[in-house]
Design a protein around this ligand. Structure first.
Ligand SMILES: Cc1ncc(COP(=O)(O)O)c(C=O)c1O
Length: 421
């Protein structure tokens, strides 16, 4: 297949991308998709090319990319410095069976931003990072159970699916489900009761401070601090999952809260657009995966710490300076304010924090999938690309003008959905 990126057409292939059928590709993927998370309720457009904060698709649409591959493209598409770093690394070899020095570089840049943490281990995804963090917590405490907040999303490992509720746990063994205690978000009494009634059962409390699947509602500072205090009191490991939220502060969102995790999981932006994940943590806990120690936990991953992800990630982190973090968060605040004003009275609200935004029906903690998809298509028609759950994330190529375009497109799309019969 030859994809003409300039003209956004697919040549030399039997696929008709507009009909979404043909002997290749589409029918060979379940439902036509390589990832279930792409699904928007109707056959999807295909991405052809991206540049800065824009993406072109095979239907001829030029879109503002506020999906950014689910928040990972913090510098938008094909940032020249990130591209140069990735090409330079790849030109010397895409991956090897001995360590490479780019791992040091990214580790140093990341740990400089996480002052309370000592060491980092790279993985290929956020899912793997959370899996590894939980394994470290269990091994170090000798306990099995973990506490999560209702609706939280921590990837697609068996354990991480449990907080999504029964709709997400088909195929997950009952034993795994039994080891996960789900508490309502921001319910301090419930969290305290759960932990205090059986403190020695719990290996970890996992917190995402701005959980998207739970409606992009912030964890209250009091709830986060209670989790920290309970963990300290009972020797439980506090895992703060910053796979998405790391972008919200120079020291991550936990840095903004002033709540210190024992282990912090991240991913997305720290790979510069390439596959990545990481667990950063206290030296005493990270020692569990130290292969020079006897009884250490097995941790591998053929492509973990590969030079391309590491080099691109290092370039991305270097470019995401404190000024850029603040500028992007201010831009997000201004988009949220503008949209909130223009949709007043429509029964919708725009939630989020800093550079992450999400429109939901007022007061909703769970938004029906068909409503999410209707809003996705309404924004798409107005030239704005969000996530299928309507999460919009900003990237550094966006300026005030693009912010205004996003606000206009989102406001109009919300009005379309709110007034549709
Ligand atoms: C908070 C959180 N944790 C974990 C993950 C899983 O990361 P990945 O998709 O890289 O496996 C995600 C993905 O969106 C996430 O938002």
């Amino acid at each position: 297949m030859k994809i003409d990126t300039e003209n956004a057409t697919v040549a030399g292939s039997a696929i008709d991308p507009h009909l979404r059928k043909g002997p290749r590709g589409y029918p060979m993927l379940p439902g036509g998709y390589g990832r279930s998370t792409y699904y928007t309720g109707a056959p999807s457009p295909y991405a052809i090319r991206g540049e800065g904060c824009r993406v072109w698709d095979d239907r001829g649409q030029k879109l503002i990319d506020a999906n950014n591959n689910f928040t990972s493209l913090i510098h938008g598409n094909v940032h020249p410095e990130i591209k140069a770093a990735a090409v330079e690394a790849m030109s010397a070899g895409s991956s090897w069976g001995i360590p490479n020095l780019y791992e040091w570089e990214l580790a140093e840049l990341l740990l400089n931003r996480l002052p309370g943490l000592d060491q980092v281990r790279f993985t290929n995804s956020g899912t793997e990072a959370v899996m590894s963090a939980v394994r470290i917590a269990r091994a170090s405490t000798g306990r099995d159970k973990v506490v999560v907040t209702k609706g939280g999303y921590h990837g697609t490992s068996d354990l991480a699916l449990v907080p999504g509720g029964p709709g997400y746990t088909r195929g997950v063994p009952q034993g795994v489900i039994d080891d996960v205690t789900t508490v309502p978000l921001n319910d301090i009494e419930h969290l305290t009761h759960v932990v205090e009634s059986a403190p020695t059962n719990y290996a970890a409390i996992i917190l995402d401070l701005l959980p998207n699947r739970a409606g992009l509602v912030s964890v209250s500072e009091e709830f986060a601090r209670t989790a920290r205090d309970l963990a300290t009191k009972h020797g439980i490991v506090l895992i703060i999952d910053e796979v998405i939220s790391l972008r919200l502060g120079y020291n991550g969102l936990s840095g903004e809260y002033g709540v210190q995790p024992d282990l912090l999981t991240t991913g997305k932006l720290i790979g510069g657009g390439f596959p990545v994940g990481a667990v950063a943590g206290l030296g005493s806990l990270m020692a569990e995966v130290d292969p020079t120690r006897s009884g250490n936990l097995p941790h591998g991953g053929t492509f973990s710490g590969n030079p391309v992800s590491m080099a691109a990630g290092a370039a991305a982190l270097r470019l995401y300076t404190e000024d850029q973090v603040n500028r992007l968060n201010d831009l997000g605040d201004s988009v949220r304010q503008t949209v909130s004003k223009s949709i007043a009275g429509l029964g919708w609200e725009v939630r989020g924090r800093g550079s992450l935004l999400r429109a939901v029906p007022e007061g909703a903690d769970k938004v029906a999938e068909d409503i999410q998809h209707r809003l996705w298509w309404a924004t798409y028609r107005r030239g704005l690309l969000g996530s299928p759950a309507n999460l919009l994330s900003l990237s550094t190529p966006m300026d005030d003008k693009v912010g205004a375009e996003i606000a206009e497109g989102l406001s109009a799309a919300i009005a379309d959905v709110a007034t549709a019969r």
